[in-house]
Design a protein around this ligand. Structure first.
Ligand SMILES: Cc1cc2nc3c(=O)[nH]c(=O)nc-3n(C[C@H](O)[C@H](O)[C@H](O)COP(=O)(O)OP(=O)(O)OC[C@H]3O[C@@H](n4cnc5c(N)ncnc54)[C@H](O)[C@@H]3O)c2cc1C
Length: 398
């Protein structure tokens, strides 16, 4: 990376970004392009410490726009999964309702409807590889911090302490930085996802593997959904969403660390479905229950002088395909406010960013909440709507 002159507002300032997810890493890249002194503190022990999850699609006016601004479009193009943006939709008997696999490639870069998919691990690598060596500091689980004059002493679980002039919380949905900004808590959306990982689907559930065919797969029926996505390492991630009471994960009595117990629950819940789906559950070695929470849509706080939040830490919302894209857009907006030269001081730059970010999050959060029932408890109308939406996408490319 070429060294650029650091902008006035960030002159001699140390910036601590806590959390090396898509939001934090993107912000680090964008700030480094402006010559800022940035570190990303990540609790993972190393880059390879865990599989990052399944694929994620970047959108024209958010994720892709940010990759362009970060000078990483070519790196993205070398790593995205060509064709993985296609959908296959079936009913509960595995009868196909929509099959985009049948179509020839329908859109490409530059088309605003094109939403290329990338493995989350590959996206993370693209972002990390673009940073100056040593920018990401691994094994730094944030514990607490104290303000000393105008700086922060930041403490980590491994006993180390670092000092920063500005702290940015990008530490996701259970953010430990957030309480230093606001005491507004998350609420429960009414839906819980059971996420499952299948490491070798080609061997353990070959029919499912063939059906998914490296793309997005959704099956809907009887008010239930199963969504599946390929991982870049050949594995599969699936999500089963349902409406449940707030503390269902505990009150259900299911031990989610015990794959047999979760399988027994899923086999009963989906008992009227084509048995092919049971082979998916049987192959799954690792389940994670995810109650879907969100921060209130009307949340607001008094801007602090030298600390703010981006991504899920700022505006957790139920999954709607926007989370990664929005975290990256937050990073772009914040970096522009801090480095664009339009503000007298850091407080005002953060205030302008937060205003923009909260307004966008309220709008997207509303859509995500409205979409929950269609996913977690789909009616026949929900299925029809999805079919129409996928058809509409197709027509946009014709
Ligand atoms: C089931 C499900 C499916 C989803 N599907 C999609 C999708 O298809 N498309 C999409 O755009 N979004 C999707 N999302 C949402 C998306 O995953 C998030 O919105 C996005 O990852 C937020 O990015 P982030 O950088 O803010 O936080 P995260 O991705 O959560 O990253 C936070 C980082 O901070 C680190 N960290 C956490 N705590 C600490 C600490 N104390 N100290 C130091 N480091 C810490 C974590 O290890 C992690 O690396 C989905 C979410 C769920 C739950």
């Amino acid at each position: 990376m070429e060294k650029s002159k650091v902008v006035a507002l960030l002159q001699n300032k140390k910036i601590a970004i806590v959390g090396g997810g898509p939001g934090g890493l993107t912000l680090a890249r964008l700030l480094q392009l402006k010559g800022a002194n940035v570190k990303v503190y990540e609790r993972d022990l190393s880059k390879e410490a865990r599989v990052q999850g399944a694929i994620v699609d970047l959108h024209f006016d958010s994720g892709l726009k940010v990759m362009e601004a970060a000078g990483l479009m070519n790196a993205f193009k070398s790593n995205y999964m060509d064709g993985a943006d296609k959908y296959r939709l079936t009913d509960k008997d595995a009868n196909i309702l929509i099959d985009e696999h049948e179509q020839v490639a329908i859109a490409g870069f530059g088309d605003k409807h094109f939403r290329p998919e990338i493995d989350r691990g590959a996206l993370r690598n693209v972002l990390i590889d673009a940073l100056l060596p040593g920018t990401v500091v691994w094994d730094r689980e944030f514990l607490s911090m104290v303000q000393v004059n105008n700086t922060w002493d930041v403490r980590f679980a491994n006993g180390t302490i670092d000092t920063a002039d500005i702290v940015i919380g990008s530490d996701g949905y259970r953010s430990k930085i957030r309480p230093y900004v606001t005491d507004i808590m998350a609420a429960y959306s009414g839906a819980t996802i059971i996420q499952g990982e299948v490491d070798y689907p080609e061997n353990t559930c070959p029919e499912i593997y063939k059906m998914v065919d490296n793309c997005n797969f959704i099956a809907m029926g009887d008010g239930k959904t199963i969504a599946m996505q390929p991982r870049g390492d050949g594995g599969l991630t699936f999500y089963g969403a349902s409406l449940h009471a707030e503390n269902w994960v505990r009150s259900s009595g299911i031990n989610f660390d015990n794959a047999e117990e979760v399988y027994a629950y899923l086999a009963e819940f989906y008992q009227d479905w084509n048995p092919i789906f049971l082979t998916l559950f049987k192959s799954c070695t690792h389940f994670t229950p995810r109650p879907l929470n969100y921060f209130p849509l009307n949340q607001m706080w008094d801007t602090k002088a030298n600390i703010t939040l981006i991504g899920d830490a700022a505006h957790l919302m139920p999954p709607s395909g926007e989370g990664v894209n929005t975290a990256m857009l937050d990073a772009l907006d914040l970096s522009e406010c801090l480095t664009g030269g339009g503000f007298q001081n850091i407080h005002d730059a953060i205030a302008a960013y937060e205003k923009q970010m909260l307004a966008r999050a309220a709008m997207l959060g509303q859509e995500a909440l409205e979409g929950i029932k269609d996913f977690a408890c789909p009616s026949n109308e929900s299925v029809q709507r999805l079919i129409e939406q996928l058809n509409q996408n197709r027509n946009n490319h014709d």
